[in-house]
Design a protein around this ligand. Structure first.
Ligand SMILES: NC(=O)c1ccc[n+]([C@@H]2O[C@H](COP(=O)([O-])OP(=O)(O)OC[C@H]3O[C@@H](n4cnc5c(N)ncnc54)[C@H](OP(=O)(O)O)[C@@H]3O)[C@@H](O)[C@H]2O)c1
Length: 278
């Protein structure tokens, strides 16, 4: 990857760097940039790491960390209470508009979950039926009012990786002999943490901004993909519960049309299964 000269090196702050994606992004960027991160849950190891700050958006003011780190790029990979998280993002947005700082926000395919007939593209109007989707749209709309060059919104489909919350949940259900829900009518695209982190690295190196749809270029049926994933991951036999939310096929897929990433940063769903194969 192309590197910036030292004096131009970015200072990057990852909010939620103890999480699945935040941590993967931290590991990807750390060798190249001055990278800092936040964690919320007590963690003895991170406590000793001078590049990590304990931060709870329900109690703490993000400005304190921003004042210390003085980031040129902030990446948000947070989860948690929507109202408090929105206020935290509002403070970050205010900081961005007053400083020479850029923002990368991890959004979700759920910003389109009210549409079911087609996959969604970057410039489609967002519309959601879910509380989660509404919340992501509210933050996106706030960020889209900032200068264009300062904001990147990365819309992600379901992200899979050995330590992803989704795979951990499946492993737990199988262990507890509880059914794993599969949605035979749901057509989606998927991605891995490795691809997402490489895409973010590219966006930073090439100084890109705007809306990116990050996910496999092919579409999969949820039930088939989850069955294949369980097979390759070496889990015990799973009990499945088929859930039909609609009579017809329903799409939840974010495909790129305008902001294409280079070929080596695109992926096929099969690559995810290969990555997870043991
Ligand atoms: N994973 C996916 O499939 C997927 C798909 C689409 C979009 N996304 C988006 O990607 C982002 C990251 O997802 P993820 O799967 O990596 O989530 P995750 O593993 O659950 O990580 C969430 C992060 O948020 C932190 N956090 C939770 N509550 C907090 C609070 N009250 N104050 C401060 N920090 C708090 C956690 O800190 P502690 O762990 O230290 O408590 C952790 O660092 C989210 O915005 C999610 O919506 C993920």
């Amino acid at each position: 990857m192309k590197r910036l000269p030292n004096d131009e090196k970015h200072r990057i702050l990852i909010l939620g760097a103890s999480g699945f994606l935040g941590n993967a992004i931290y590991k990807e960027l750390c060798p190249y940039f001055k990278t800092f991160g936040t964690y919320n849950t007590e963690n003895k190891q991170l406590e000793k790491n001078q590049h990590f700050f304990q931060y709870n958006f329900e109690e703490d003011d993000v400005y304190e960390i921003l004042d210390i780190v003085k980031p040129s790029i902030i990446i948000s990979a947070l989860r948690g209470d929507f109202a408090a998280q929105f206020i935290a993002h509002k403070h970050v947005a205010e900081y961005i508009s007053n400083h020479k700082t850029k923002f990368i926000f991890l959004s979700s395919a759920n910003v389109f979950d009210a549409y079911s007939k087609y996959p969604s593209y970057e410039e489609d109007k967002t519309l959601s039926n879910s509380i989660y989707g509404h919340f992501k749209i509210k933050i996106e709309n706030m960020l889209l009012r900032l200068p264009k060059k300062k904001v990147t919104i990365l819309r992600l489909p379901m992200v899979f990786g050995p330590y992803s919350p989704r795979i951990k949940e499946i492993a737990q259900l199988i262990n507890d002999k509880e059914p794993v829900e599969i949605f035979p009518n749901l057509i989606m695209n998927v991605t891995t943490h490795t691809k997402v982190t490489q895409q973010i690295h590219y966006i930073i190196n090439r100084n890109k901004s705007g809306i990116f749809h990050s996910g496999s270029t092919d579409l999969v049926h949820h039930d088939e993909f989850i069955r294949d994933l369980i097979k390759v991951s070496g889990f015990n036999k799973a009990i499945y519960k088929r859930v039909y939310t609609t009579n017809d096929d329903r799409y939840l897929a974010v495909l790129p049309k305008y902001n294409m990433l280079p070929k080596n940063l695109q992926l096929l769903s099969q690559e995810i299964l290969t990555e997870l194969e043991i």
